[in-house]
Design a protein around this ligand. Structure first.
Ligand code: CO8
Length: 263
């Protein structure tokens, strides 16, 4: 499928979505959000794709936020629809069964930080800048930022960032637990792809079980979360991958995972 506002590429089981509106620093307008949703469905429908990577075109930005020219002309009802569109896209991203890595190569502001927060983890270039600057525009984060950021870094740290709209660099984002790894700009994609390849070589069923156990478990108490883990663990045994992984260990060889379930 061809897209006007993003580049979709699949290579060696790794899909990459590159947000591509360089003249607006890859800001998210309705058209881009609709294309992004379609790209997510394309990813979900392709069994060859094991990992998804998100990044931004150009040297400067991952995503500089929702498109402010669109927000500026919204009535409250249109704003509600725009916010719902962004939230639906970002919720779909978070619900993908495969692991998703954000490669944040520059500005990730507002909707850009919110998009990255819905990925499973973030690697950032030394040039990356994060922030939820909506308060400086007289609005608040509307693509899930008031919910995902406090869950990730705690309410007080999130409130400081949201109340001030302050931009932070990659090092501070890593100290706060937003970013897993900071890389030199020229090494970012290779570092992300190296990790993506390592993940892509694992079993599809166990990756999905691990992701679901973690994501669902975060929304419930510990005992319920541990019960989710028991079920997810048992489900792994329905896949040939569990046999292959344990046999490979006992036979002292490298496991080759095919994915899928036994009939
Ligand atoms: N929307 C639209 N255009 C943008 C955006 C944006 N978010 N960010 C940058 N651009 C455009 C600029 O207007 C400029 O266009 P032009 O060349 O035509 O003047 C071009 O991109 C380059 O930007 P700058 O010249 O400003 O580049 P600088 O290097 O000077 O600055 C910054 C880079 C710091 C990233 C700066 O562009 C900036 O502050 N951008 C806005 C960041 C921001 O406030 N983001 C939050 C947006 S609000 C949001 O995300 C809410 C999400 C929930 C929405 C809910 C729906 C209602």
């Amino acid at each position: 499928m061809a897209y006007d506002n993003l580049i979709y590429d699949v290579s060696d089981g790794i899909a990459t979505v590159t947000f591509n509106r360089p003249k607006a620093l890859n800001a998210l307008n309705r058209e881009l959000l609709n294309e992004f949703t379609a790209a997510l469905e394309q990813t979900a429908a392709d069994p060859a794709v094991r990992v998804l990577v998100l990044t931004g075109a150009g040297e400067k930005a991952f995503v500089a936020g929702a498109d402010i020219t669109e927000i500026a002309r919204c009535t409250p009802l249109q704003a509600k629809r725009f916010s719902a569109l962004g939230q639906a896209a970002i919720n779909r991203l978070q619900a993908l069964e495969i692991p998703v890595i954000a490669a944040v190569n520059g500005f990730a502001l507002g909707g850009g930080t919110e998009m990255a927060l819905a990925c499973d983890f973030i690697y950032a270039s030394e040039k990356a800048r994060f922030g939820l600057p909506e308060i400086t525009l007289g609005i608040i984060p509307g693509f899930g930022g008031t919910q995902r950021l406090p869950r990730l870094i705690g309410a007080n740290a999130a409130k400081e960032l949201i109340f001030t709209g302050r931009m932070i660099n990659a090092e501070e984002a890593m100290r706060l637990g937003i970013v897993n790894r900071v890389c030199p700009p020229e090494g970012l994609m290779e570092a992300v792809l190296e990790t993506a390849r390592a993940i892509a070589a694992k079993g599809r069923v166990s990756l999905r079980a691990a992701k679901q156990a973690i994501n669902r478990g975060l929304n419930v108490d510990l005992a319920s979360g541990c019960n989710l883990e028991v079920d997810a663990f048992a489900l792994c045994l329905a896949s040939p991958d569990a046999k292959e992984g344990t046999s490979a260990f006992l036979e002292k060889r490298q496991a080759v995972f095919s994915g899928g379930y036994e009939d």
